[in-house]
Design a protein around this ligand. Structure first.
Ligand SMILES: Cc1cc2nc3c(=O)[nH]c(=O)nc-3n(C[C@H](O)[C@H](O)[C@H](O)COP(=O)(O)OP(=O)(O)OC[C@H]3O[C@@H](n4cnc5c(N)ncnc54)[C@H](O)[C@@H]3O)c2cc1C
Length: 359
């Protein structure tokens, strides 16, 4: 049986960044992924400044940031009335986030691993594990055929919001589901205003449309209701729909990121509304932070992972309620705040500092 210091389950952003971080600190991990190949499913579009700093150690920032769009202008409407067209205040002298498609980022992370001889084991699915005092034995199924038992000192569950590892261990995923059915779509259009990176269209009935431009000619729309593509077609008559799908949104987290020899990172450890743009960023922060700490045998990282997750979830929940509120009083206060922030961008400094992840 081959032994590893670390076995990572899940080849998404959390797993890939943890693998890079472990490698950087001298630990060669094994990384398995259930899918047969890298799926081209578009999810996140915003990468925070703090994450760009972390990814710089692996040469990723240098490769990607030149083609990413710095978050400089943000437009906010309520019932189709312009509330604010904001020039986003810089954080530490630069944009709080840059837009880049998640798929492109994942490919860059995977390539950086491959350059160092670590390849994602595709078609390899976690099935079960047995934890001992100083190691774990993980059974995986390969190509839905034979099984293999892998011995590892640490197991890192980075297997997403529906984590099989979390379910197998019977860990609670504390929190709640938000009530609405959400939808996301991506379109091609020539009508996006080039100088703007994100637009928000809110309504008094609590339905909000969030738009961003992850790459030239492509717009992603997220709606806290079904049929986002119909809304996109209203706004962009030339829209060609690339895809549309529905999804549920929850606010949940594991009570603590470690259970014996197993660590939980990324969506396996916490899920939240996509509107705060924090899921991918927290997944990468978790991965890089855990990798560096395990290499130093610094188990106090458990506390730091928990603390950050709690803070980020509080922020995204606040964002969710600001987006979905039907209360005329809160809407009025929210709109007043953003129209003042347009005139005095420094007022929005705390918000964009949180978005930047540098705290
Ligand atoms: C519409 C949408 C928009 C979003 N926008 C943003 C945004 O703008 N900014 C932002 O920061 N975040 C955003 N997010 C959230 C972000 O996409 C996720 O938080 C991020 O993908 C989490 O990464 P992860 O690696 O933890 O999990 P995932 O990306 O889900 O990766 C987990 C991997 O584990 C694999 N896996 C699952 N089970 C097993 C198993 N049994 N064995 C082996 N492998 C397994 C899966 O196949 C998958 O590849 C958005 C999400 C959505 C849905």
């Amino acid at each position: 049986m081959v032994q590893y210091d670390a076995l990572i389950i899940g080849g998404g952003p959390a797993g890939l960044s943890c693998a890079l971080s472990l490698l950087k600190h001298g630990i060669r991990p094994r990384i398995i992924e259930r899918r047969p190949n890298r799926a081209n499913i578009q999810k996140a579009t915003g990468v925070a400044q703090g994450v760009w700093y972390q990814l710089a150690e692996f040469g990723i920032t240098e490769k990607l940031i030149g083609d990413a769009f710095p978050m400089r202008q943000f437009v906010f409407h309520d019932n189709d009335r312009l509330v604010a067209h904001l020039h986003v205040p810089p954080v530490n002298g630069s944009a709080p986030a840059h837009l880049v498609p998640q798929h492109r980022l994942e490919l860059a992370l995977e390539q950086a691993l491959a350059d160092q001889g670590v390849h994602v084991d595709y078609g390899c699915r976690f099935e079960s594990l047995e934890s001992k005092a100083d190691k774990a034995f993980v059974t995986v199924r390969i190509n839905e055929a034979e099984t293999e038992v892998i011995e590892a000192s640490w197991v890192i569950a980075a297997d997403g919001g529906h984590s099989d590892v979390r379910t197998f261990l019977g860990m609670q995923f504390l929190g709640h589901d938000y009530p609405e059915q959400w939808s996301v779509a991506e379109i091609r259009t020539n009508l996006w205003p080039a100088e703007v990176q994100a637009q928000l269209f809110l309504q008094s009935n609590g339905v909000g449309l969030f738009l961003s431009q992850p790459s030239h000619g492509t717009v992603q729309g997220i709606l806290n209701a079904r049929h986002v593509s119909a809304r996109l077609k209203e706004r962009f008559p030339d829209a060609v729909i690339d895809y549309e799908r529905d999804f549920k949104v929850s606010l949940r987290r594991v009570e603590t990121s470690r259970s014996g020899r197993v660590w939980f990172i990324g969506d396996a450890a916490h899920v939240q509304s996509p509107v705060g743009g924090q899921g991918l960023n927290l997944a990468i922060w978790d991965g890089v932070t855990l990798g560096a700490a395990l290499a130093r045998n610094d188990l106090s990282v458990e506390h730091r992972l928990n603390k950050r997750a709690k803070a980020v979830l509080r922020f995204t929940d606040f964002d969710y309620w600001m987006l979905c509120t039907k209360s005329p009083v809160i809407r009025h206060a929210r709109n007043l705040y953003w129209s003042l922030a347009q005139r005095f961008p420094v007022m929005a400094g705390w918000f964009f500092r949180l978005i930047s992840g540098v705290w």
